[in-house]
Every structure is written in C-alpha cells, then in structure tokens.
Design a protein around this ligand. Structure first.
Ligand SMILES: NC(=O)c1ccc[n+]([C@@H]2O[C@H](COP(=O)([O-])OP(=O)(O)OC[C@H]3O[C@@H](n4cnc5c(N)ncnc54)[C@H](OP(=O)(O)O)[C@@H]3O)[C@@H](O)[C@H]2O)c1
Length: 333
C-alpha cells in the first residue's frame, strides 16, 4: 500500500510572530509496512493551540521544543486504516499526538480510543480534549471556586476560556468574561450564559472593568498575561486565587511584560499559581466523563471553529493571534 503523506515540518525557529517560511510543506511517499503493535491513522482533524508557539522556541519549558526538521507537534483525531495492534482495530477513531500530517504511524502510546456516537469526534480536541481538561482542572483544582464567588476569565471566547466560564456558571459563580470585540462578547453572554463580557479592545474597557469588578474578584483565570494581568491584580478580593494558565499576549513578544502590582497578593493574602494540564493526566477520564454528561444534558456547549486544508496551515495558525476565530481552532484535512 503506497501512502502519500502531506506533512508540515519546522524549517527554522521564529522571531516574534511566525512567518510562513519557518515551515516546510512536503509530500512524502512511502510503502506502508507496520511493525508488530503498530497501526496507521488517517488524521481527520488537527488541533491548533497557542502552546504550539512556545514549542517552536529552543528554550526550557514543560515539554521539549519541536526539533528543526520534525513534523510539527499537534493533537489530532483520526481513523485507523490498518492495524497490527490487538487493542486497536481498523475503523477505530483515536485522539492523540498525531502531528500536522495526513497519516501517523504509532504503537498507541499517548493515543486514546474515541468510543462515542453522541458527541462529535472533533470535540475530543476541544472541550473533551486538552483545552477542556485545562479549563476543568484549572478552575476547579487551582481556582477552587465556591458558589457565589466572582470569577473573571480572559480569552473568554476561546477554547479554554469558554469552558472555564461555563463550568464556573454550573458551579453557581458570577462570571465575567473578557474578549476581543463586540461579536465575541455577545456570543459569550448570549450563548455561553456568562453574566458579563467586556471587550478589551473598546475605549471604555478599563472603566467597565472597574465597575464590574467593584465587589472584588475571587478568581482570575488568566489566559492572556501582560498588562491585563497587572490590571486584574488591582481588583482581587481577600484570599483570591489567580490561575496562570497562559499569556498569549506575550508569546510573540520580544520583551515580556510582567505584573508590577504584585504586592496586591500580599495585601489580599492572595495566591497566583501556574498550572500545566499534563500534571492532571491520570484524572483526564474523570473530567471527560463529567464534561460529556454536561454536554449531553445541555449544560455545556462546545464550539469548534473549523478551517480546511493542510496547505493553509500557516494562515489558520495565525488566527490564534489575530482574533479571527471563536471557540476551538481546528484544521480539517
Ligand atoms: N497551562 C496549560 O496547561 C494550558 C493548556 C492549554 C492552553 N493554555 C493557554 O491558555 C490560553 C488560551 O488557550 P486556548 O487554546 O483557549 O486559545 P484560544 O483562546 O482558543 O485562542 C487564543 C485567543 O487569545 C486571544 N488573544 C490572542 N492574542 C491576544 C492578545 N495579544 N491579547 C489578548 N488576547 C489575545 C484571542 O481572542 P480575542 O479575540 O478575545 O482576543 C484568541 O482567539 C493560552 O494562553 C494558552 O497558551 C495553557
């Protein structure tokens, strides 16, 4: 069986916002030969995540960088087309780290079967996948939310933020989202049921933020970092928890902006703690089961923004940073 595999490999490391030239787009033909225990997946959906920007840097992090010449690391959902593994059969759907390519050969390590005829397969890259787990463990285990508390979440229309706010609503919190643009804010309040959503691109953003946070913020779930994080420190209440999930405003920046208002943590006996979703891997199943139940009972909405064509990978990837997408960004092959 001859396989024609289109791949996106890392060509060079970026400076600032990645340019198209950092990738190579390839067609790689090979005769399919599987070793014992191996199977081959035809990838159908590829997850595009802000973390991918960090994996391009040759720097110490929670995971190794992608090497020059390697297929770009990415979460995938696909269908097994041939298997020499007794636990995985032809026709099974799996999610895992398949990379930006048409086909992945694996022995199953870091792959999970998807046995679900009720929820869309691509949701296993969003609310029932890594971003959903980040939201679930971030807001429940790190944010430690309690009924009646006030929660603020940035990048609220995105894959993680949209789930954070919905879980906080399920748990009886007052939820304020922050997102870019009127349309996204409308989506956050009208479809996701947040109490408020503030447009950080509008002129009166800071006065509105001050007004909505005047009762004190118990949990700030930070996806954005930079000056917004600094600003949020002013509004925290006594014993507040700031969950440092990400800092997308800084990922392409040459000069990182940090929080100078940090003494607010002292005054308010508050905590600010970073989290990495991979630390919760042993409990992914629990989170997946509970969130799937919430989806099926209409309490939790999943929203995937899907674009087609591996040849458009670069342009679609940039949508993470230019505000041009809503919900979980996915590339369909
Ligand atoms: N710690 C972990 O284990 C973990 C796991 C997954 C994700 N994360 C982090 O969580 C954050 C959200 O990830 P996600 O997958 O849910 O992405 P996402 O929110 O679906 O997409 C990124 C969004 O960030 C906003 N954004 C982009 N540039 C911005 C800027 N300069 N200032 C303010 N907002 C900006 C954009 O929304 P607007 O249009 O609203 O600006 C964009 O849609 C990221 O920082 C990511 O690195 C962390």
């Amino acid at each position: 069986m001859e396989i024609n595999n289109r791949t996106v490999r890392l060509n060079e490391r970026p400076n600032g916002l990645p340019e198209k030239k950092i990738w190579s787009f390839n067609e790689e033909n090979f005769d399919l030969k599987l070793d014992d225990n191996q199977f081959i997946i035809k990838n159908e959906f590829i997850s595009l995540d802000p973390a991918m920007r960090g994996w391009l840097n040759d720097a110490r992090s929670y995971i190794k960088p992608v090497n020059i010449g390697d297929v770009m690391r990415a979460g995938t959902v696909g269908k097994i087309i041939k298997s020499n593994n007794k636990y995985y059969n032809e026709g099974d759907y799996v999610s895992g780290w398949g990379g930006v390519q048409d086909y992945t050969i694996t022995n199953g390590e870091n792959f999970q079967k998807i046995n679900d005829d009720k929820v869309a397969k691509e949701s296993y890259l969003g609310v029932l996948g890594m971003p959903g787990f980040t939201a679930y463990f971030g807001i429940l285990r790190e944010g430690k939310i309690k009924e009646g508390e006030t929660v603020v979440v940035s990048a609220a229309a995105g894959a993680v933020g949209s789930v954070v706010g919905q879980i906080a609503k399920i748990k009886g919190c007052k939820v304020i989202g922050i997102a870019g643009g009127e349309n996204k804010c409308k989506y956050v309040t009208e479809e996701l049921n947040f109490d408020h959503c503030l447009d950080y691109k509008s002129d009166n953003f800071f006065s509105e933020l001050k007004d909505k946070c005047k009762g004190g913020v118990d949990v700030y779930f930070d996806n954005v970092g930079g000056s917004l994080l600094n600003h949020m420190l002013i509004f925290i209440s006594k014993g507040a928890r700031i969950v440092i999930c990400g800092a997308i405003s800084q990922y392409n920046s040459q000069k990182v902006v940090g929080p100078s208002n940090y003494l607010s943590l002292l005054v308010n006996r508050a905590s600010m703690k970073g989290m990495v979703v991979f630390d919760y891997v042993k409990d992914y199943g629990l989170a997946q089961k509970e969130m799937r139940d919430w989806i099926l009972t209409g309490k939790l909405k999943s929203n995937e923004d899907i674009y087609e064509g591996i040849e458009n990978f670069h342009e679609i990837f940039l949508k993470l940073f230019n505000g041009e997408k809503k919900g979980k960004l996915i590339l369909k092959l």
